[in-house]
Write a protein that binds this ligand. Structure first.
Ligand code: FNR
Length: 392
């Protein structure tokens, strides 16, 4: 199949990946209601079709934190992307660089930060969780600074891990004995392409940035044990001062879904926030990003840069998110599917598709520059009836 969209890449990913890995990427928390709402609510955003406005030159480029981006998109952090394709984070970072947009490396990547930075010329972003071992956090922040990372995404929506039924059913979580291993091995053997690309040629199978604490031979069981024990649920806003003081680059708090929390982030002196529910992977039943974003952007948009993610599956969705109030949009599963379906070339292709779709959407809504996109280009969006009485 020749992919023409993110959902085509999802189908390719489904064919290529062993089931426990596909479910890890594709799945969400509990009954996956929020995961579905993220996509459905964004698609419910209706744009105003505008005509006869000279759209012969459409420019999707933008500026974020003083950097020029070819389009208002960044590849958001995806943990263990190295399971999706051989040296996955490295491939994705190269595709992002070729497209002129930032790549954000997860704390829990398969490739280490230095492996990724040595594969690209442009600076990358780094994502960090609040880890109990503050010394290790300091080391990671120092490494990020030394490796030239410009922007830190500090993820705050994982004080505890969401319960993911799919991971339990397909055998990723909670089964590290012989039974669990053989179940995963059996699923892997049904996907020889993946075994060849990742299982054999993706070696060495490292746990990237965690190697200093887990050792070079650590396996999945050690990794999940570390996740369980290392995230710090006792953290409060006051401790974020530690991050602000330690990190001198741009600081973006990722995982805000409430206007009051957004105001706290502004007080802390963050440069930006990512409005996000972690792709519906944490608390099922919370609102979609599309629903939460307008109120948050109105509350703090003049004080910090508002980014957003969740449910973005096309260039049209990017325009919708911008209309709702985001300045730049992070891709999550969309790029993960493309990486699994087509490696670096797949991610590069997906980004070209997104850019073309954005150009089309801009032309048909009658705008030629990103800074012309605002809520006035929307006809309807989820929650509008509650927010504003319609006079027409
Ligand atoms: C994530 N996400 C994530 N976020 C983060 O801050 N650090 C991480 O390590 C990860 N890891 C991760 C793995 C996988 C497989 C997924 C699907 C997601 C969340 C991610 O950055 C983003 O917020 C969501 O993926 C956005 O939702 P969509 O676009 O995937 O619907």
């Amino acid at each position: 199949m020749k992919a023409a969209s993110a959902s085509d890449y999802r189908e390719l990913a489904k064919r290529r990946l062993p089931r426990f890995i596909f479910d890890y990427v594709d799945g969400g928390a509990f009954d996956e209601v929020t995961l579905e709402r993220n996509v459905a609510d964004l698609q419910d955003v209706q744009l105003r079709q505008r005509i006869l406005r000279d759209v012969s030159h459409v420019d999707p480029s933008t500026t974020l934190f003083g950097q020029k981006l070819a389009m208002p998109i960044a590849l958001g952090p995806i943990g263990m992307a190295g399971l999706l394709a051989r040296r996955g984070e490295r491939q994705a970072a190269r595709a992002a660089q070729a497209a002129g947009i930032p790549f954000c490396l997860s704390t829990v990547s398969a490739c280490s930060m230095t492996e990724v930075t040595s594969a690209v010329d442009k600076p990358i972003w780094f994502q960090l969780y609040m880890i109990r071992d503050r010394g290790f956090m300091r080391d990671l922040l120092a490494l990020a600074r030394d490796q030239g990372c410009t922007t830190l995404l500090f993820t705050v929506d994982v004080p505890v891990a969401g319960s993911r039924y799919r991971d339990q059913r397909s055998g990723l979580s909670g089964a590290f004995g012989i039974k669990g291993k053989s179940r995963r091995l059996f699923q892997a053997l049904r996907h020889p392409g993946w075994v060849w690309d990742v299982g054999l040629n993706g070696r060495p199978h490292t746990l990237g940035n965690l190697t200093p604490v887990l050792g070079p031979k650590a396996g999945m069981g050690d990794f999940f044990g570390w996740l369980r024990d290392s995230f710090d649920p006792s953290v409060t806003w006051s401790e974020l001062d530690f991050i602000r003081e330690t990190w001198k680059g741009d600081l973006v708090i990722k995982g805000i879904l409430d206007a009051e929390d957004a105001r706290e982030a502004a007080k802390l002196g963050a440069n930006g926030i990512v409005v996000s529910n972690h792709g519906g992977r944490q608390l099922d039943g919370v609102p979609s990003t599309a629903r939460a974003l307008p109120e948050i952007a109105d509350a703090v948009g003049d004080r910090l840069t508002v980014l957003a993610d969740c449910g973005v599956r096309s260039g049209l969705d990017v325009i919708r998110m911008l209309g709702l109030g985001a300045k730049t949009v992070l891709l999550g599963r969309a790029w993960a599917y493309a990486l699994a379906g087509g490696g670096e070339a797949g991610v590069a292709h997906l980004l070209r598709l997104f850019e073309a779709e954005m150009r089309t959407a801009m032309a048909l809504t009658g705008v030629t520059r990103i800074d012309q996109i605002g809520r006035d280009m929307l006809a309807r969006w989820p929650g509008l009836d509650q927010n504003r009485p319609q006079t027409r």
